[in-house]
Design a protein around this ligand. Structure first.
Ligand code: NAI
Length: 268
């Protein structure tokens, strides 16, 4: 299955809406910023490193580990754009290892960004979102929330918490008209993956092996993740709240069905 054109966004789908994307200077966050702009939104990246944003992307300094920093950045963005309709909680970090490898400081460091950071940004955005005619929050989760990716116990647990956070926030704010959803990507072909592959003697061979591990025969593109976020943020998803949309090349559900079909998944 080949990757489609990398330019996502249905023209006008987010016309007139004002958005912030945490971690929007790089990777998936940057693809979301570009897709939001292509769909007609006014959008600002909020990032630990705003200088990393390419020309044409407006980024403000923001550290989601620091409540004052997040509140100041969200308020400044809302003031600059004349309000705020959409928050994408994308900033996230990872850690490699099992429970035996990881120290308490690793747990605090990752959960502080991946879980508490989302709660901080959401709390900062909600007063603005309540004044919007079409407010929505989209959280970046991962298939690791459900699939137990090996050697990623802390990352998986943090994304499990993102799933619970998404469902709970959707419940708490549905009566205020604020929709809250998540997108769960599989393995996404970002610069991070290319840097990791470049450390192998034959990067092309390693990439082919990584592609072959995906049910569709290739990694997910950042643009495909961004397109799912555009949809969930748009008024077209007006009846969708408290969901997580997998953009994983079928890994989660095709594998579950294959296990069931082979009989080894009975009762799971
Ligand atoms: P990345 O590492 O390429 O970019 C992350 C961005 O977040 C960077 O611009 C960084 O400066 C910013 N950031 C980090 N800490 C921050 C903080 N404390 N405050 C504000 N900004 C901060 O990451 P990538 O790969 O684009 O991932 C984005 C999101 O997608 C994360 O939540 C990640 O867990 C999730 N995801 C990524 C997958 C992948 O294969 N790359 C797969 C599934 C989920």
């Amino acid at each position: 299955m080949s990757a489609p054109d990398s330019t996502p966004g249905t023209a006008g789908e987010l016309a007139g809406l004002r958005a912030v994307v945490t971690g929007g200077s790089n990777g998936i966050g940057l693809a979301i910023v570009e897709a939001f702009a292509a769909a007609g939104a006014t959008v600002l990246a909020l990032d630990l490193d705003p200088s990393a944003a390419p020309d044409g992307v407006r980024a403000l300094a923001c550290d989601v580990r620091d409540r004052a920093s997040v509140t100041d950045a969200v308020d400044a963005a809302a003031e600059e754009m004349g309000g705020l309709d959409l928050l994408v909680n994308n900033a996230g970090i990872s850690a490699v290892g099992t429970v035996e490898d990881l120290k308490d400081e690793d747990w605090h460091r990752v959960l502080d960004v991946n879980v508490v950071g989302m709660a901080r940004a959401s709390a900062a955005a909600l007063p603005h979102l309540r004044r919007s005619a079409s407010p929505a929050i989209v959280n970046l989760c991962s298939i690791g929330a459900l699939n137990g990716l090996p050697q990623r116990v802390l990352y998986n647990a943090s994304k499990g918490a993102v799933l619970s956070l998404t469902y709970a926030m959707a419940t708490d704010h549905v009566h205020e008209g604020v929709r809250v959803n998540a997108v769960s990507p599989g393995t996404v072909h970002t610069g991070f993956v290319d840097r990791m592959l470049s450390r192998f003697p034959d990067p092309e061979k390693e990439k082919a092996a990584l592609d072959a591990r995906q049910a569709t025969g290739r990694m997910v593109t950042p643009a495909e993740v961004a397109h799912a976020v555009v949809y969930l943020a748009s008024p077209r998803a007006g009846s969708t709240t408290g969901t997580a949309l997998e953009v994983d090349g079928g890994v989660t559900h095709l594998r579950a069905r294959a296990v069931q079909a082979s009989g080894t998944g009975a009762g799971s």
